[in-house]
Ligand binder design. Sequence first.
Ligand SMILES: C[S@@+](CC[C@H](N)C(=O)[O-])C[C@H]1O[C@@H](n2cnc3c(N)ncnc32)[C@H](O)[C@@H]1O
Length: 242
Amino acid sequence: MNADINTLENYQSDKCWHGLFQRPEELKQDSTNSLPCNEILHGDCISVMKGFPNSSVNLIVTDPPYLVNYQDRMGRSIQNDVNSDWIKPAFKQAWRVLKDNSFCVSFYGDTHIDVFMSAWKEAGFRPVGHIVWPKTYASSSYYLARHHEQAFLLAKGYPQKPQTVLPDIQEWAYTGNKLHPTQKSVDVIKPLINSFSNVGDLVLDPFSGSGTTALAAKQTGRNYIGIELEDNFVEISRNRLI
Ligand SMILES: C[S@@+](CC[C@H](N)C(=O)[O-])C[C@H]1O[C@@H](n2cnc3c(N)ncnc32)[C@H](O)[C@@H]1O
């Protein structure tokens, strides 16, 4: 897949035009097609995605709660980080709205890999790779000092081999978590979007947090949809994307 924003002649940064969907003016007139574009949506991603058409997004890059009841030094916690009821219905919807022969990259909590993997497989995803980001610092320490972040590369169908094949060990960048307790760096997400989608594609993050995936999509010439439960993170991401 092509990473270069300058190579696509008909790319229009101000419009939701990714070659696969109707243009916004037409979208407004067509009540059967309720796919938003270049927006951060406020709500529970399960119900929000239920409103999207089948096979409508080109790539999902997401960082769901890890089920670890995380609390940072400032006492900030994450919604849905304790119960796991949402995982299966969320990934079922994610699989439905993703186009055939496309990728989903999902970070996950490794202490609950069984829960994540059964949700992914039950939804229909095939794990096709695993990415690790070594960290110079430990994000927590108990039985082990945790020096890495991790994500699975999941496939719906049989996507084409990317033009740029990424090493499955990737460089980490620390954000300082100023906008969100588990904020990922845009520089960590951009290589994933570049490798697993094309310029003008639509990238979805159902667990959008501070909007990192959306910003990375925008900066790489893709369209985006972010979905976030907490209103303060919705506001933060919308401001980030202006
Ligand atoms: C691990 S954080 C994502 C952080 C993000 N990668 C960033 O860089 O800011 C997961 C986010 O999912 C949100 N969330 C949890 N359950 C959700 C749901 N059912 N629908 C939408 N968002 C949800 C949480 O509020 C949290 O902000």
